[in-house]
Design a protein around this ligand. Structure first.
Ligand code: KG4
Ligand code: ZN
Length: 341
């Protein structure tokens, strides 16, 4: 079969990213323009600024992506774009840009779900093996997903309140670390010991997660210590927090591995860049003798290469979008809740 080249576009949050992906698994060219430094000034992503910056940067990112590649736009077989979920204004910039390229160059359009993109970041270096268990941990998601085959998603459990990445970012803020907090908590925790006793998130047999109680406990603890004039041992608190949330992930993943016979266990999403999480999840997969996969760090956080990987099965099935494609801020990938799969 002839090679398939997909130009993928991702603008769902604060990264303008494009990639040219061959056959859903070879990244020919890859660009990420992060707005992180700008949003760090405000302590978090400002949606209005994010969409304006995507508008300013998107053509430059396109130019750079083709400059780095020997493939021309005429050789591209399809244009893939993240259409949901994410910040509406940011998604719209990518969707309109993709539709324009599709119209001008007469290339088919592929609409990709961002969460599915995170999962398929794992398909960049090897074909996924089914049935599969996926743990998606990002700024917007904490989901445990069972996939019996390509593009079939059964959400076993999700967070009942904050996503895990959101919780990392809030804890980072109360510890005085800059945005985005997750990587900074990760670094600080390396130097600490888990000496703080923290409440366990959801101590039950369900697959659901809850992190807001733990987050509030830490915020209150820091404020109380300050009021009493006591020093907070930041490294130890970062380590204690990280160990507590990751222990909770381990417990739920272990339940799912016991109850479901899977060939592969994958971890995806921005928080999968966390070093302690990477090591612990690998140990768990080894203990249950299932194949383990976690993306390279550059494909953990938001990027277009994963969108190109997730678009490839859609291309093979001929599931193209038309020009009525619109952005959506929220959408479920669960096969029970919608029929888009
Ligand atoms: O997947 P992502 O780039 O964006 C969303 O789709 O949400 O995830 C971003 C989240 C942020 O909350 C960030 O703090 C967190 O991933 N993150 C980390 C690490 N690197 C990024 N959290 C913990 N440890 C890290 N090393
Ligand atoms: Zn993401």
């Amino acid at each position: 079969m002839k090679d398939v080249y997909i130009l993928a576009i991702e603008t769902s949050c604060d990264e303008t990213s494009m990639a040219i992906v061959k056959n859903g698994c070879v990244v020919e060219s890859f660009t990420v323009l992060s707005q992180m430094d700008t949003h760090a000034l405000y302590g978090g992503v400002v949606p209005e600024i994010a969409s304006r910056m995507h508008t300013e940067n998107i053509t430059l990112v396109l130019e750079e992506t083709f400059n780095k590649s020997s493939i021309s736009i005429e050789q591209i077989d399809a244009i893939a774009v993240t259409y949901a979920p994410g910040l509406l204004g940011s998604l719209l910039v990518g969707v309109e840009f993709a539709k324009t390229l599709s119209f001008v160059y007469k290339k088919p359009l592929l609409a990709v779900n961002h969460t599915i993109g995170h999962i398929y970041a794992n398909a960049i270096d090897h074909p996924l093996q089914f049935p599969l268990l996926a743990l998606v941990v990002s700024g917007g998601h904490t989901d445990l997903i069972f996939m019996r085959e390509d593009y079939h998603f059964k959400v076993l459990g999700s967070t009942l309140d904050d996503a895990i990445g959101e919780c990392f970012d809030k804890v980072a803020r109360v510890l005085g670390l800059t945005y985005p907090g997750g990587p900074n908590v990760d670094k600080l925790a390396e130097k600490g010991q888990p000496t703080y006793a923290l409440p366990k998130p959801v101590n039950d047999d369900s697959y659901h997660f809850s992190f807001s109680g733990l987050k509030s406990h830490i915020i209150n603890l820091v404020h109380n210590e300050k009021q009493r004039g006591n020093e907070v041992r930041k490294e130890d608190l970062a380590k204690s927090f990280q160990v507590t949330v990751i222990d909770e992930l381990i417990r739920k993943v272990e339940l799912a591995l016991k109850r479901n016979n899977v060939k592969e266990f994958i971890v995806a999403g921005g928080v999968s860049a966390n070093r302690h999480l990477r090591a612990e999840m690998k140990k768990l997969a080894d203990a249950y003798q299932v194949k383990f996969s976690i993306p390279e760090i550059k494909y953990c956080t938001d990027n277009a290469a994963m969108i190109g990987a997730a678009a490839y099965p859609l291309f093979l099935k001929g599931e193209f979008a038309d020009f009525s494609l619109n952005a959506k801020s929220h959408i479920s990938i669960d096969e029970k809740e919608n029929n888009e799969n």
